[in-house]
Design a binder for this molecule. Structure first.
Ligand code: SF4
Length: 846
């Protein structure tokens, strides 16, 4: 029996394109030129992981080095996991299909605590022991970075080293240490870890020994006197920081399917619950000039038709009206949408509103967080009811139809009145909506209310606060749900059982490592996905390991209590956090230091590290002039394009293919014509969809475009822009006279990867005049006479055949149905078979 490869099992899993790794801007290096192989592992599905901006930065930064190959791997979905296990295949990287165990370093991005079991899935499928102490030199070094490492303790035992803070400032230094260590023999892991510990931001967990007090509090004993605390790594100037100008363009439907421009890092609004607002300080903006240049290069390299701005607080960006004006001027002529992810209430200026009118209206999000002014003062969310009301009013007026409101329950000092205030606020905002839509036919404005249970996070002023128990959360959510039961209010909430686990991992210590292993062994997978999350498996695992979840989550912590993350210095001082906690109780607000007085949080040294905010006066008109790359001519021609879809491209679904093609046209700078109307669409139409998994030597599409290049140049340009497996074979002006007509009988070359074609079945098919069998499609059964459909069927050995399906029948029959009916092959055998639709004979009509 043939052994299946990962490529062979792709047709057996959902969304197979997530595993092929041939995306535009994916980097494949000749292994002979590489000294250091690094796998960048994202412990969640491709659709989430490819949207992570930090991974894109590291990918380009590392691959920029000639002798380093950085490749990607994402957590496989459960169907792929079980297929890999059945086939006995290890998990491999996307770019070169290199087994993970053969990499020198695997670096995980830790963004969400509920992803932790996926780390173990990835390690297990790679055949790598979970615990660092069990990994000898023959295994890769396992490292991690990302916001979750600001309390690394719950997963510290699994990693050789962890990066705290801005990874791009650290990773190349770590790579250099690795190279020096390797050149020195590379036979003592401790030597490497010792050199890594000298890099700012690097935490080596094995250099800190945990002990526990009588009350059960973890304290860490440093093993080296010069290594007692780990300082967060920080990039002083974002304007000089690397930006991925050639980001990998994912297949399928990633959560962020657009180009993202990181306009700033850090937020100093000072919301007391917000971890990101503390651990990314201070505010560092990019200049408009830099952003325009980066947008220009990245649009050219990706072909995206949407661009969005990325930051913790987009509307706080100092030169937002100027940036928006330039982006819209650049993007609008090419039908590239500019979108804004969220707005802080009270920051919409009339100038910005005018610009926003021109952009695509996706959801409009506001996060009041709390319903009452009292509680907003406690959390230092310095926005008023009036700010919120006027922003919602403006948003409805500007054409948004859906407003999303985010609230938290269980915030410190919350009372029943605070909860009622959420209801009052939503009902007030509803009145604005009703007022706006009065008499406006067709407008279905809606308010989406999303409620999460507050989770106290490390390095915030609320890190000592208790979290609501699951039952209390449920009670409050139930009450809100009843009070907000209106057809135009959609109420969503986070499962409190998920929230309490997130809280457990956020403030846990090293004793949780065994819980993670137990949960993984009990079958916990992809816990961040509601369709996978199974609370009963977690309860069983908690019971087995004797972990008291209340100890970590719902109890009040004393300010003097040692915290598991005390050795991680995120640069915001503990006295500042304590004073903010005290001010919270007093309902005192703390102003933003962005452009005002320093609040002494401890982050800035005002020599290299300080807030970096640009003023509009620093923008010079001549600097941001960007010429439209597409020459303009008015005549438009219709072209018929023939192309082959083979190899990895066989797994693209129809919509996916259309997206890939359209972006390739953009990268090739071929100006495709758009339809007119409210939502202009590119004028490209495709043949009937090919089943996913089938290859074809001849598919066609028709496109309307301006002839700025000759047809042969357009063909060359498009071929250079297409991913592996898609090749344009013919490009001609489409007119009824000259159009080629394909012979309708279609032939297929079929090769089995498993199983055989049995000669006697072919003979019994040929023996009779008819061969009638039932067929079930979409739950309905019909009888099919396969003899009428098969024009030609010839075996070539035991695993290959040539099939021609006759045209002109009143039913359409797929090759897979013929294989099943005549040869009685299993579904898996048919799905893994290589089926190639051959090019038809072409004739010119007389
Ligand atoms: S040190 Fe001062 S200026 Fe710097 S982030 Fe903290 S409060 Fe802001």
């Amino acid at each position: 029996m043939t052994h299946l490869s990962i490529q062979d099992i792709l047709p057996l899993v959902e969304m197979p394109s997530q595993y092929i790794g041939s995306e535009v801007n994916a980097i494949k290096k000749d292994p002979k030129t590489v000294e250091l192989f690094i796998a960048l592992a994202f412990p969640d599905l491709y659709t989430i992981g490819t949207s992570h901006f930090g991974l894109q930065i590291l990918y380009q930064l590392l691959n920029h080095e000639k002798t380093i190959a950085a490749e990607r791997v994402y957590a496989p979905d459960t169907d792929m996991e079980s297929r890999l296990r059945i086939a006995g295949l290890p998990l491999t990287s996307l770019e070169s299909a290199r087994p993970l165990a053969q990499f020198d370093i695997i670096g995980f991005s830790l963004l969400y605590e509920l992803n932790y079991t996926n780390i173990l899935t990835i390690l297990d499928l790679a055949g790598i022991p979970f615990f660092a102490k069990d990994r000898y030199l023959s295994f890769p070094l396992i490292i991690a970075g990302g916001p979750c490492t600001c309390n690394p303790e719950p997963v510290a035992d699994f990693f050789d080293a962890m990066v705290i803070g801005d990874g791009e400032s650290v990773i190349l230094e770590m790579a250099n240490c690795w190279r020096a260590w390797k050149q020195g023999g590379g036979n003592d892991k401790t030597l490497l870890l010792k050199s890594w510990r000298n890099i700012e931001g690097v935490y080596v967990p094995s250099f800190f020994e945990p002990t526990y007090t009588a009350e059960g509090f973890q304290t860490l004993v440093p093993q080296y006197p010069d290594y007692q605390q780990v300082l967060r790594a920080i990039i002083p100037s974002l304007d000089d920081a690397p930006f991925p100008e050639k980001p990998v363009v994912p297949y399928g439907r990633p959560v962020h399917d657009r180009l993202r421009l990181e306009v700033s890092r850090g937020c100093t609004r000072g919301c007391r619950f917000c971890q990101a607002g503390m651990i990314y300080r201070p505010v560092r903006e990019r200049s408009v000039h830099t952003l325009m240049q980066q947008a220009e290069n990245a649009l050219a390299s990706t072909g995206y038709d949407e661009l969005s701005l990325l930051s913790l607080s987009t509307s706080d960006f100092g030169c937002m009206p100027e940036l928006m004006a330039r982006l819209i001027a650049r993007c609008a002529p090419e039908h590239i949408a500019v979108s804004l992810p969220s707005f802080r209430a009270g920051t919409l200026t009339p100038e910005l509103m005018t610009q926003i009118k021109q952009i695509r209206k996706t959801g409009f999000t506001i996060a009041p967080e709390a319903g009452s002014q009292r509680l907003r003062n406690v959390i230092n969310k310095n926005i008023t009811q009036e700010d919120i009301a006027s922003t919602v009013h403006d948003a409805f007026s500007l054409g948004w139809q859906v407003i999303k409101l985010y609230f938290m329950i269980g915030l410190p000092t919350e009372t029943d009145e605070d909860l009622s205030a959420i209801v009052d606020m939503v009902l007030e905002l509803r009145k604005l909506k009703l007022h706006k839509t009065k008499g406006m036919k067709g407008h279905k404005n809606q308010i989406n209310v999303s409620v999460n249970t507050f989770i106290p996070k490390p390095h915030t002023p609320f890190q000592w606060a208790p979290q609501l128990a699951v039952e209390e959360s449920q009670k409050k959510i139930h009450w809100l749900k009843e009070k907000l039961n209106y057809s135009d209010v959609q109420f969503k909430w986070q499962n409190p059982r998920v929230g309490i686990l997130e809280g457990l991992w956020a403030r846990g210590d090293r004793r949780l490592a065994n819980l993670l292993v137990a949960a993984w062994k009990n079958g916990c997978r992809l816990d961040g996905w509601s369709d996978h999350f199974d609370a009963s498996k977690w309860e069983k695992s908690l019971e087995e390991t004797g972990i008291d979840i209340a100890f970590y989550t719902t109890r009040v912590r004393d300010l003097s209590e040692p915290l598991p993350w005390d050795h991680i210095y995120a640069r915001v001082t503990k006295p500042f956090l304590i004073s903010e906690w005290e001010r919270a109780v007093q309902q005192e607000s703390t102003p933003d230091c962005r452009s005002g007085d320093c609040q002494s949080c401890g982050v800035c040294d005002f020599q290299t590290i300080e807030p970096r905010v640009f003023a509009a006066s620093e923008i010079h008109g001549s600097e941001i002039q960007v010429e439209s790359p597409i020459p303009t001519r008015t005549d438009v021609l219709r072209y018929r394009i023939s192309y082959a879809k083979t190899g990895p491209a066989r797994v693209f679904g129809h919509l996916e293919l259309a997206n890939i093609m359209f972006r390739a046209f953009r990268r090739a700078k071929i100006p495709v014509e758009f339809s007119v109307g409210f939502h202009p669409k590119p004028k490209i139409s495709f043949d009937d969809p090919l089943p996913v998994g089938m290859e074809s030597l001849h598919e066609t599409c028709v496109v309307s475009a301006r002839p700025v290049f000759s047809t042969s140049e357009m063909m060359d340009r498009l071929n250079q822009a297409l991913p592996e497996g898609l090749t344009v074979t013919r490009w001609e002006i489409s007119s009824s006279k000259k159009e080629y007509i394909a012979c309708k009988d279609i032939s297929y070359a079929i090769q089995l990867k498993t199983g055989v074609f049995e000669q006697h079945r072919l003979e019994s098919f040929r023996a009779g005049e008819s061969f009638v069998k039932p067929r079930v499609r979409k739950g309905a059964m019909s009888l099919v006479n396969y003899s009428e459909h098969v024009h030609r069927l010839e075996l070539d050995g035991v695993d290959s055949l040539l099939l021609t399906i006759r045209s002109g029948q009143n039913q359409t029959i797929r090759p897979s149905e013929i294989l099943s009916a005549i040869f009685d092959l299993s579904e898996d055998t048919i799905k893994t078979a290589r089926i190639v639709k051959l090019a038809p004979a072409l004739q010119i009509p007389k």
